[in-house]
Design a protein around this ligand. Structure first.
Ligand SMILES: Nc1ncnc2c1ncn2[C@@H]1O[C@H](COP(=O)(O)OP(=O)(O)O)[C@@H](O)[C@H]1O
Ligand SMILES: [Mg+2]
Length: 342
């Protein structure tokens, strides 16, 4: 071997799930090398970046007023161009190994309804932070491939990807998307409902990290074995402004979370109503596959199975399936070329 090995000379091609809540990166030939919150902390006085990803998350709730922590993406679209650029540049630097002569190709999943302006923003951002060619793939397709859903089958398949800001519903048939819809009921709305419940029932406020932990530990959509659990929480009492200890019980919390979950089920039922009978028959038989971090809520499959009257299964590792799908497409571009967005 000469001075440089071949992969070093050509750089590593990158597949990326640039989510509003989490960013994941797959390096060609290596697999998933980065999984961090899509967060950036910056100093509003001198405009300098203070921390990115997990390091920014560690600062949540403990920063002085001149440090702001934001999510530069909303609903899978770049909302803050400058901050998104700084965040992605940091992530690329983190996964880049050694010296490369050529810039990498970057394959990214985007919401299926992304506008031409949204696509342009992503392409320009990636080129500015060191990508060469940018390839886009609709997130439902990447998620389905990563969840091992056979989207080329000659019977219809349904995927429901519950992310942070949106839930994407997609029906695939013969390798194309026969139906898609976007709902606003997703992980963030469940967390907001939990926060509202604590405020109204306990006059209490908690930080973002505690709310996520509480949702994952005792949040539920159905009477699972966890339903008798309680969880100790240190909250801020809004009357006194001081911390107090609370025991949050799973059962009343489940009641409180019902409304957005019913809305989610209603959205899925509307999608089912809109499907042509021929596709609906297949979906009613095979059921639907849930993915995305929001699908991790305890008992959600059971609740949706009941409310939508069809089998609902959750894929393995629902926080990873989108980047996995992007990675599979990157590693086998010839086989999957037809799925890339023009
Ligand atoms: N164990 C869990 N229980 C309930 N919700 C969860 C759990 N883990 C993650 N989530 C939720 O999943 C969402 C993030 O999922 P993800 O698929 O990464 O979103 P995005 O694609 O928007 O970045 C968040 O709303 C988070 O609260
Ligand atoms: Mg996602």
């Amino acid at each position: 071997m000469g001075l440089f090995s071949l992969p070093a000379l050509f750089g590593k091609h990158i597949a990326m799930d640039l989510g509003s809540a989490n960013t994941l990166i797959h390096l060609r030939g290596e697999g998933i090398v980065l999984n961090e919150p899509s967060l950036i902390a910056w100093n509003i006085w001198d405009k300098k970046v203070v921390a990115v990803g997990s390091e920014a998350q560690a600062l949540l709730g403990r920063t002085p007023q001149h440090i702001e922590i934001i999510r530069p993406l909303k609903g899978g679209i770049i909302a803050d161009f400058t901050m998104a650029k700084a965040m992605i540049r940091h992530f690329f630097k983190k996964v880049k190994k050694g010296y490369a002569l050529l810039k990498p190709t970057v394959l990214i999943s985007t919401p299926s309804d992304i506008s031409a302006i949204g696509k342009k923003a992503i392409r320009e951002t990636i080129v500015k932070v060191g990508g060469s060619r940018v390839q886009l793939i609709a997130e439902p397709i990447a998620s389905a491939i990563g969840a091992e859903l056979d989207i080329r089958a000659n019977h219809a398949r349904m995927l429901v990807n519950i992310g942070s800001g949106t839930t994407e519903i997609a029906v695939f048939f013969h390798g194309s998307t026969a139906y898609s819809d976007l709902l606003k009921q997703a992980g963030d709305e469940i967390t907001e409902t939990l926060n509202r419940y604590l405020l109204e029932e306990h006059n209490a406020k908690i930080g973002e990290v505690t709310a996520e932990k509480c949702k994952a530990t005792i949040g539920s959509a159905w009477d699972s074995p966890k339903i008798d659990m309680t969880m100790p929480l240190t909250v801020k009492d809004l009357d006194t402004g001081t911390p107090k200890e609370l025991q949050i019980a799973a059962q009343p919390l489940r009641q409180a979370l019902q409304e957005p979950l019913h809305e989610l089920a209603r959205g899925i039922n509307t999608a089912l109503d809109n499907l042509p009978e021929t596709l609906l028959v297949d979906i009613r038989n095979d059921g639907l596959l849930l993915c995305g971090g929001g699908s991790l809520l305890h008992g959600l499959e059971t609740m949706l199975s009941q409310e939508c009257q069809l089998p609902c299964l959750r894929c393995n590792d629902p926080l990873l399936n989108t980047v996995r799908g992007c990675g599979i497409v990157l590693e086998n571009t010839k086989q999957y070329r037809s799925f890339l967005l023009p």
